[in-house]
Design a protein around this ligand. Structure first.
Ligand code: UDP
Length: 314
C-alpha cells in the first residue's frame, strides 16, 4: 500500500530559505501549502512552481489567524525578515512575525496535531562571549539595541515554542540557523554576501564594515536545508545549530569574493554598525551526532553558484 502523502505548511515560502525548503519537500513527495506576504519574499522565488498540483500558495500575513481546511502533518515557520538592514527598516513587523506569527503558526500545528519547526537563529546568541557557539550558551543580547527587535523576537519564538511543547504537548523542533548564502538571496538585502558580490560584479568598492576583523561562517543553502529536513524528521526537540563552521574575517571574505568574481574592485572601510557581533561560528557537534549531518558544499563551489545567480540579476 502506498504511504499517505504528507502535507507541509511553510510560512515565508517565497523567501530565500522558505522557497528552497519548498523545493526540497516537493522533491521528497510532500504536498506544500506556502504562505507569504511578500514583505521580504519575492514571487520570483516560487514562480517556477506555478501549475504544480502539489503546491498551493496563499498570500497572507502570518500574524493574522491562519485558516486551512486540509489535514497538516508538518508546520515549518520560516516567515521573518532576516537581514539587519531589513529589520532596522521594519522593526515592528519583525517583532510581530516572531511573536504573533509564531503564535499563529504554533496554533495551527496544535489544531492540526502537526509537528512544528521554528527557524531560529544564531542571533539569539547576540555578540557571543563563548566561541564557537554551542546550543547550551544563553547568549549576550542587548534588548534595546538596533538588533534587539530581531534577536528578542526569535528568543521569544523559541520560548513560545517550548511553552506549547510543555503545556499543549505539541511536537516541536528548534533550528538555530547560522549565516547562509545561495541563489535567491535578494541583491539589495544588505547582507554581506549579496552586498560584496554585487559590488564586485560592478567593479565598485567593496564595503567592509569596521576593520573587517569580525568573523562569520557561511553555509551553502542546500546543506542548510538538508540539515533542517533531518531535524524535523528526527525525534530531537531541543535546539540544534545548523551552519558551516568554516570561519573567516570579513576582510578575508571580501578578498574571496573579489578573486572569485575576477573583479577590479578595491576594498573600502565603512563604519561598523552598532552591536555587530565580533565573531560567529557554530559548534555542530549535536547536528553531527543526532542528525548525522554536516555541510558538504565547499565555499568555492557554493560561491560560484551564487555568483552565477547574481550575474543574471545585477
Ligand atoms: N558587512 C560588511 N559589509 C557590508 C555588509 C556587511 O562588512 O556591506 C559585515 C557586517 O558588519 C557583519 C558581517 O558582514 O559583520 C555579516 O553581516 P550580515 O549583514 O550579512 O549579517 P549578520 O551576520 O551580521 O547578521
Amino acid at each position: 500500500m502506498k504511504a499517505k502523502q504528507p502535507t507541509s505548511v511553510i510560512t515565508g515560502a517565497a523567501g530565500f530559505l522558505g522557497s528552497h525548503l519548498t523545493d526540497l519537500l516537493l522533491a521528497r513527495g510532500h504536498q506544500v501549502v506556502g504562505l507569504d506576504n511578500f514583505v521580504t519574499g519575492s514571487v520570483d522565488n516560487i514562480s517556477h512552481l506555478g501549475g504544480n498540483p502539489n503546491f498551493k500558495f496563499i498570500q497572507q500575513d502570518v500574524t493574522e489567524f491562519i485558516f486551512l481546511d486540509c489535514p497538516v502533518d508538518y508546520v515549518w515557520h520560516f516567515a521573518s525578515p532576516a537581514s539587519p538592514i531589513d529589520y532596522l527598516k521594519i522593526p515592528i513587523q519583525t517583532m510581530k512575525v516572531g511573536s504573533l506569527g509564531t503564535h499563529k503558526a504554533l496554533g495551527l500545528a496544535k489544531n492540526k496535531n502537526a509537528r512544528f519547526l521554528v527557524a531560529s537563529t544564531s542571533e539569539i546568541y547576540g555578540d557571543p562571549l563563548i566561541h564557537p557557539q554551542t546550543e547550551d550558551y544563553w547568549g549576550n543580547v542587548s534588548t534595546i539595541g538596533p538588533r534587539g527587535c530581531y534577536d528578542e523576537a526569535k528568543r521569544f519564538a523559541e520560548a513560545l515554542t517550548m511553552a506549547y511543547h510543555r503545556e499543549h504537548k505539541v511536537d516541536t523542533r528548534i533550528v538555530r540557523i547560522f549565516n547562509t548564502y545561495g541563489p535567491r538571496m535578494r541583491l539589495n538585502d544588505g547582507r554581506v554576501v549579496p552586498a560584496f558580490i554585487s559590488q564586485a560584479l560592478k567593479n565598485r568598492p567593496v564595503t567592509v564594515f569596521g576593520e573587517g576583523k569580525q568573523t562569520r561562517s557561511f553555509c551553502y543553502v542546500s546543506d542548510l536545508i538538508e540539515g533542517i529536513y533531518r531535524l524535523m524528521m528526527s525525534d530531537y526537540d531541543l535546539p540544534v545549530n545548523i551552519g558551516n563552521p568554516t570561519e573567516m574575517t570579513m576582510l578575508q571574505f571580501a578578498d574571496v569574493i573579489i578573486r572569485a568574481t575576477g573583479s577590479r574592485s578595491k576594498i573600502v572601510h565603512k563604519p561598523l554598525p552598532q552591536d555587530d557581533p565580533k565573531q560567529r561560528k557554530p559548534d555542530i557537534t549535536k547536528a553531527k551526532k543526532i542528525l548525522k549531518w554536516e555541510p558538504r558544499v565547499p565555499l568555492a563551489e557554493g560561491m560560484a553558484k551564487t555568483i552565477a545567480y547574481f550575474k543574471k540579476k545585477v
